[in-house]
Design a protein around this ligand. Sequence first.
Ligand code: DAH
Length: 380
Amino acid sequence: MSHHSHETTLAALGVTEPGQVALLFAQLLAQANADLEAAHSADTFEKFRVDWFGRKSGVLTLVGDNWLKPASQELKPAVGQELNKFKAQLEARMEARRAAIESGAPEASGAKDRVDLSLPGVRRPVGSRHLIRQVFEEIEDIFVSIGFSVVEGPEIETPYYNFEALNIPEYHPVRDDMDTFYVEAAVSSGPGTPAGSLLLRTHTSPVQIRTMERQEPPVRVIVPGKVYRRDNPDATHSFMFHQIEGLAVDTDITFCDFTGTIQYFVKQYFGPSVETRFRPSYFPFTEPSVEFDVSCIFCGGTGVAANGATCGKCKGSCWIELFGAGMVDPAVYGFVNYDAKKLSGFAFGMGMDRLAMLKYGIDDIQAFFQNDVRFLRQFP
Ligand code: DAH
């Protein structure tokens, strides 16, 4: 309290007209409000109450004694009215303040507790693309730069696209590796597909067929995507993983175009010092079929690790197996009405996860799927 107008009479304050009374009470209310605002706890609130409403020497008692009682006839009604209004207003504000203090509302706490808007906020970390996604794009860029386009296909496939049209008839033994997750379908999804037999594709190769059905040669596509196998999870196996398929078909594509393309890719991806070789292999949809290897990227193709011991990655063989490929089997052209006499081409199917693991030194494929941020953050 800094003003003490209530300790003296209106006459002494020079108030002679009713109009001045209202002003006086307005000043008193401003003072009361300031005191009330300063009350932030039950203790300071109680002091405020005693200061203003205390029976013996509270401000209100003194106002009654000094202003009202001795007031002149002309002023008394105005003083009485203003005093009642003042009391009612102050009581209402006090109640609100009391409630705020009791509920611990922020407006009741002191300036030191108020929210400081200049403090740094809570940082929400921005994620990054998953390493698999990054490697997909890396590989796509390499192939796009030499004239391939990127296409995709469905993950739920018909046995026709996944097997038959790739020259894998129903009882062919290579299905053993792949016979896998079948999906119940109420209706047939297309010609040659009985109702009830769809499957999660076991490789991206069916998109070769879908692409050739859709377009005339020449074809140059790569197909990134997820595939599914009935493999038990371990450091190198997962029931879901990623492949990139490649297909090039034209009127005069030779085995040299094929190996040249693969060599170009491998050097772009792993670096210029990496060598490639191929070994004979077998896939029903390529003839001849090969398996591509790269010179071991861990020991530089020497078979000897930095510490002089046998390289643990290639087991001293100097080579690391990379992926399957081959010249498209003419039988496949028969399924898509391409002229096998005029056309030739090559195809390949690479395990993306494996390519990423080799390049980035990851020794457990499961790390890709666990979404542990300590792993993910290493590839921002
Ligand atoms: N589809 C094969 C697999 O998943 C990989 C493959 C091999 C794809 C040879 C090809 C290829 O296109 O020509 O095991």
